[in-house]
Design a protein around this ligand. Sequence first.
Ligand SMILES: Cc1ncc(COP(=O)(O)O)c(C=O)c1O
Length: 430
Amino acid sequence: MRLEKYQSIIGGRLKHSGHDYVELANQYGTPLYIFDEASFRERILAYREAVKSTYFETDVLFASKALLTKAVARIIAELDIGQDVVSAGEIYTGVRHGVDPKRMYFHGNNKLNKEIRYAIDNRVGTIVVDNRMEVERISKIAAEFETKQRVLLRLNPGVEAHTHEYIMTANLDSKFGESVFDPEIYNIIQSMVVSPHLEFAGFHSHIGSQIFEADSFYKAASELLTFSAEVQKRLGILISEINFGGGFGVYYTQEDQPFDVIDFLPDFMEYVHQEAQALAIDLKKVTIEPGRSLVNASGSTLYEVGDLKHTASGKDYAFVDGSMNDNIRPALYQAKYEALAVNKADKPQEKVYTIAGKACESGDKIIEEIKLPILETGDLLLVNGTGAYNYSMASNYNRIPRPAMIHVNDEKHYLTVKRESFEEMSLREI
Ligand SMILES: Cc1ncc(COP(=O)(O)O)c(C=O)c1O
């Protein structure tokens, strides 16, 4: 397993900022989400700096679908970045824990009327309109509040990013956004411009997730800016903001070769400025919405090994006390991970195991075939790169309680999510 900068092997054991994972397991139990707060904070500050431009205002909006807890919301608020939200629940958590609603961008196809009401009532700064029917619904609700709601339109620029089909969102039959190639597109924009209850500011696009080619972002930017210039010409309006979404790829295994986002952002912002200037677009604001790349490398999951099984066909399973309940990604889109036996960190990796969870699904495998030291019941296995879309997608399938989460911030570690009890799992049931 590739170690993160906060991880080191000392005396045959893996440590997190000097803390022994075995001791963390003894104190907090397993399975356990472990989140390195220090590197998360560092990355936020680095993104904030890298995105700055002298030409226009910029903002980093954390795509909170990747990971949102009260503690994470408090960090977003403290470090003064915006929040991408996709539900009233995400708005609620952000607002309740200090995120400035003006810095929120509300996304999603089929936002419910009650969610739009909730957003406007809570003064969410920008709603990103997904489709033509939503224009009317948002206008009507803004009228009820006697307000003018700032909006962007989510565009689908048709740029294909090489990524898994399920997370490719800008292809032409995507469920998200309106296509720049749709013959109705100018009418849709016009309907936003003329609404007395909408303040149309510009466009948004998110071309997919886990993208490894920086070129895809340049291509999308070029398409969006060219389209913006055409809109300005045809409709006689000004485009003042473009939000380029998230999707920066991250490392899970050796197959992944992400580019350095911190190096990329200043060049990208310069490119956006140059292109916009050439096309006479007076951009006032440029925003990005990273989720995975801000949190993933800070998160890992610690499991205890239970039974070991050697099948008749010769496959070796190591069963762990977690499951697809705490990490659905391998079952959902064949996601791959690396792992390390933290109490045998310096032992030779001599046996191939499939790491399987305890849920009643054949697809409940966390890692298909990984070389590890000879495992025994009670060993502790750490899976890195689980910061994004693990906790936020967790479920109670099989009535399995969701794990606890701790934050590690250099010398301190503390609980941010309690382990779920049986009683808590059935609290809403009558
Ligand atoms: C609109 C939008 N913005 C941002 C993101 C965050 O993407 P990522 O976590 O890959 O950075 C997503 C993810 O699906 C998205 O749909």
